[in-house]
Design a protein around this ligand. Structure first.
Ligand SMILES: [Zn+2]
Length: 409
């Protein structure tokens, strides 16, 4: 590639860079109009128009008919999509008791999906093997070659040490201690793998397909067995120095409170996590309830279950109020199993934000339920492979390399 040594070289370099930028925007949005590409890149409409014509000629980009999308409330006008049917990305989700996998094309369509029940917490090595088998299965289902996979995103249900590709906490995932998860998976698949925690993946799923689609500053709260936040600032995930940004479940609410498994006292999770709610509700009619059953009973009007979830919502709201003061999000998107109780959880959570956050931040924030609950992490893993992380991301680099190789200078 010629460097910017002379005027011609500079122009060619600039054009290539702009073309890459357009490809990147298309990959992030799945489908987007030419005018929106101009807005997103800051390039002039004329420049975008020229670039798009070139990309169409090279067979990399195509128009799609959006009349039907418009009829269903989508945006009108001609939309563009990446035309690369031979290229796909894969998402792998390790839950506490399942392995799930999905393959998607670059226009953000999920082409195939598989779920497998397994005690993931204890059987780490087996979970990785199962994922590798499912990987081969979904690829053959969509007739894709291993070489056509641009990237793999992977989720684990707990904190992630992104620098080492390991589980960030031995107390949360005992079976995964010392395992270099990303490296292990890469070895099995022979493809670069990125890992991310469940709350961040939920945020990416909502950003790409759900309640955060039209929003670039929001906090996604996962309220389930654990409580965590995925924070999106200017359309990008905030990870922090070591990837633990958003651990609001371990916000201290009461310094003299009960001991938390993290080693501190009075964390939010000691009063509002799934296990804390299960313990609070106790046995009903001789039956020890699960969180999922409690949510179901609350929706059916059970007063004790409603109260337990409402109190959890109030406590979560205290921590979220602090988050609102710090990042002033446009939206708070609440996901995880508890969010299925709807307003039972959300109303007190909203009230708590109003009471504890600065007025300007509390007044404008829109608190709503997430679109995805069960598939949040799986879709988030797919989104992770599609969107990539900031720089140094294998999928992004491979797409950039491809667009360079396939487009003329
Ligand atoms: Zn804690």
């Amino acid at each position: 590639m010629p460097g910017p040594k002379n005027a011609d070289g500079t122009l060619a370099w600039l054009r290539r860079r702009n073309r890459q930028r357009v490809m990147e925007i298309l990959r992030m949005h799945g489908q987007i109009s030419q005018a929106d590409i101009a807005r997103a890149t800051g390039l002039s409409r004329t420049t975008v128009s020229t670039l798009v014509s070139e990309l169409k000629e090279a067979g990399l980009v195509a128009d799609i008919d959006t009349k039907s999308a418009h009829a269903h409330g989508g945006r009108p006008g001609v939309q563009l999509v990446l035309r690369n049917p031979s290229h796909v990305v894969v998402g792998i989700d390790f839950g506490h008791s399942h392995v799930a996998i999905a393959v998607a094309d670059l226009a953000h369509n999920v082409l195939a999906e598989r779920w497998y029940d397994l005690d993931v917490n204890r059987e780490a090595a087996r979970a990785l093997d199962v994922a590798a088998d499912l990987f081969a299965e979904v690829l053959s289902e969509v007739s894709a070659e291993r070489t056509s996979v641009l990237g793999v995103g992977m989720g684990i249900p707990g904190p992630v040490d992104r620098a080492h590709g390991t589980a960030g906490s031995a107390t949360i995932l005992p079976g995964w201690v010392g395992l270099r998860i990303a490296a292990e998976m890469e070895q099995r698949l022979e493809i670069p793998v990125q890992i991310e925690n469940d709350a961040n993946l939920g945020a990416l799923a909502e950003l790409t397909w759900g309640a955060g689609r039209d929003c670039s500053n929001f906090a996604y709260i996962k309220a389930a067995t654990g409580i965590g936040a995925g924070i999106v600032i200017n359309g990008r995930l905030l990870r922090g120095a070591t990837g633990t940004a958003g651990e609001i479940g371990h916000t201290t609410l009461d310094e003299a409170g009960p001991l938390c498994y993290c080693g501190n006292r009075g964390c939010l999770e000691t009063v509002a996590s799934g296990p804390a709610i299960v313990q609070l509700v106790g046995r009903v009619n001789g039956e020890t309830l699960t969180l999922s059953r409690i949510v179901e009973l609350a929706s059916g009007g059970d007063l004790r279950c409603r109260r337990a979830l409402a109190d959890a919502g109030r406590e979560i709201g205290v921590a979220v109020a602090g988050l609102c003061n710090l990042i002033n999000p446009e939206r708070v998107i609440v996901g995880g199993l508890m969010s299925q109780s709807g307003e039972v959880l959300l109303a007190p959570l909203r009230e708590s934000i109003r009471r504890h956050a600065v007025q300007a931040a509390a007044e404008t924030v829109d608190v709503r339920a997430a679109v995805f609950v069960e598939r949040a992490e799986l879709l988030g893993s797919v989104a992770l492979a599609l969107l990539g992380s900031d720089g140094g991301d294998p999928a992004q680099n491979r797409v950039a390399a491809l667009s360079q190789a396939e487009s003329r200078p």
